[in-house]
Write a protein that binds this ligand. Sequence first.
Ligand SMILES: [Zn+2]
Length: 401
Amino acid sequence: MNDYLVFALLFAAIAIGWFLGRRSQRKVVASPELPGQYYKGLNYLLDGRPDGAIDAFINALEVNSETMETHIALGNLLRKKGEVDRAIRIHQNLLARPSLPRAQVHAAHLELARDYISAGLLDRAERLLLDLVEESPQQRRASQRHLLDIYQSEREWQRAIDVATNLMPRKTLLGGTPQEPAELGQDVVTVISHYFCELAAEKRELGDLQGARGLLQDALDQDRACVRASIMLGEVECDAGNFKQAIRALRRVRQQDPDYISETIGVLRRCYRELGDEKSLRAYLRECLEAHSSPPLVIAAAEDILMSEGTDEAEAFLARQLELRPSMRGLEQLIGLQMNVSEGRARDNLDLLQKLVVRLIEERPAYRCSHCGFSGRHMHWFCPGCKYWGTMKTIRGTSLE
Ligand SMILES: [Zn+2]
């Protein structure tokens, strides 16, 4: 049914395009009839042979500057419908006409590049887009946006940085070309700082801590609020045995975005332990808890109280916190503490209860994107839902419904 609707639209568009084309030439040729190819195409359509219909339509509709838009619209319609091969044929057909004005040839090039991206032919799309960046001031920005998407999906971070740097003057990555919904993108500096973090992660993987450190500094030079760079710098300095520097980087997260403090606790604890200064960690956790409470922070603080002051104090602390902000993870920890001091049947019941709570926790997402609402069990710096960088955060206050 949908096929027929699409091809009926094609059919109508061809007729309109043909009449427009005729009108512009009526002083030269005064024929009121549609070309034979048009009827041939209609026959193919009625026979349920859309491939033949498209060939006939392409031949029927003369390509000139007035019908150009119709051709492009037909191709885009097919691409959106998933008929990428046909879209490519229509757009390639336009490029075979050297008589068209350059601006229109460039518009057709851009559409062909979009077809290639939809077909997964990224190399071909990249070549076309690079040419457009060089040759077409009108299509430059749209081409750079697509190049950025290609480099991002191929994890070519240095090239992505180069393209994004060229997009800098506008400050935001606007997707507002006529073919795309005009949607405000992220700040370019946010995006570039994440590209530097990706490069740094590759260096760290190879054991090049010095290289990683430099790239993380580049990320922070781009965007002083880049939490990810601070967290990674903390990890790199900790790996290198520079515990004080690591602590300095990790504690900066609190100023940058307190929602990420919980991501720093594991490495912070390791660093303070190495320095034999667990008291400072305890004080820091208490401060953070007062200003920015979240379930992971409550749990970290309770663990510290358990180790330094014992079970009774830790239990009392947890019970107080749960009263203020109920959370599944807090409850699970409280049950665990109770189990340590229980015996027999009571202990078995608590064990069962803890297992149930753990199952409930595992079924719930731990992180959510603040831009699109995508949620999951794992932290992603690049949101799989909306393709934004650095928008996923730990979910605060898991309720007890
Ligand atoms: Zn998102």
